[in-house]
Ligand binder design. Structure first.
Ligand SMILES: [Zn+2]
Length: 319
């Protein structure tokens, strides 16, 4: 039997036909074109699902799992609002898809499901207590504690990117102040580099963007760091410092055995990981970290699809 995994992203809609071992037999993708609104995206999503399931006997399809940006209510199957999907306010996506196709359907937030995917198919295999964090444009994550994904009352828990680290720090996209996301995401890295350049610091970055500071991205800072640019190194060290402080909070709260770091910013590797470890070792008792591993995520671009598959498998209690 097959499981259908869906990854509803702000830029791409993806769907796959998978088996219970995470082997993908068919995968399809299309631009989301989120600006066209809810109905247009929904109809594209339904078409994509029809193509994904084409030619497969209905009895061979067990369920549909959907990974979507939060905040969403996984139990009710409702997307509450989605910053990258204009107009998606309280959309009962699970019901819409279940009613259209007639299969059991499950919905989960993308970062939570990435944690499930890493736990079942990737860097968290066999572990009962681990935390997955994705550091990209934003910061999201999932907390697996005693083998279970931590959800909270409305499924809004484990938002590791929105822990307050600087009570009077920079404003975050979520409306809060001084969140980890506002201090260590790719966006924060670009913002910090831009700020320092505008204060007159010299760096390769200025030449790379031909002096146009509005063009500085996390990627630019990364490329400059690769060339040994001191300012770029400092900016990554600062992001790593805050990520480390965030991890200290998480170690105190959940005492995981492993932290899995994914997302585009993590390709900076030791530029981030070294300051992370430095903070962890300096700020919290060794009993929390002497058996801790901090590793990079195993799963690449398929993490969303595999997370949707893992959600179905977890819901069905298939271990
Ligand atoms: Zn925030």
């Amino acid at each position: 039997v097959y499981i259908v995994g869906v990854d509803l992203g702000g830029t791409q809609l993806r769907a796959a036909l998978s088996d219970a071992s995470g082997r993908i037999y068919r995968r399809l993708a299309e631009p989301t074109k989120a600006v066209e609104g809810v109905e247009a995206v929904l109809s594209r999503l339904k078409d994509l699902l029809r193509q994904t399931m084409a030619g497969v006997p209905p009895t061979e399809i067990e369920a549909i799992g959907i990974s979507a940006p939060g905040p969403l209510d996984p139990r009710a199957g409702v997307i509450l609002t989605a910053p990258n999907l204009p107009g998606w306010n309280e959309v009962p996506l699970r019901h819409i898809i279940a009613a259209e196709f007639g299969y059991p359907t499950y919905l989960g937030n993308d970062a939570n499901l990435a944690a499930l995917a890493e736990g079942r198919f990737g860097a968290g295999r066999g572990l009962k207590d681990f935390i997955y964090i994705t550091v990209s444009t934003g910061i999201g994550g999932g907390v697996i504690t005693d083998g279970r994904l931590l959800l909270g009352e409305r499924g809004l828990g484990a938002e590791v990117g929105h822990m307050t680290l600087e009570a009077n720090g920079p404003r975050c996209n979520c409306g809060n102040i001084g969140c980890l996301e506002a201090l260590a995401s790719g966006t924060a890295i670009a913002r910090e580099a831009t700020l320092r350049l505008s204060e007159g610091c010299s760096s390769l970055i200025s030449d790379m963007v031909q002096g146009d500071l509005s063009r500085v991205t996390g990627q630019t800072v990364y490329e400059a760091a690769q060339k040994g640019d001191p300012l770029a190194h400092e900016v990554f060290a600062r992001a790593g410092f805050y990520l480390g402080v965030g991890l200290v909070n998480l170690l105190y709260l959940f005492n995981p055995s492993r932290i899995i770091l994914g997302g585009s910013v993590m390709k900076a590797g030791d530029l981030i990981l070294n300051p992370v470890w430095e903070v962890v070792r300096r700020r919290i008792s060794r009993f929390y970290w002497e058996r801790l591993s901090i590793v990079l995520a195993d799963l690449g671009d398929d993490v969303g699809l595999l997370g949707a598959v893992a959600l179905v498998l977890d819901a069905k209690g298939q271990d």
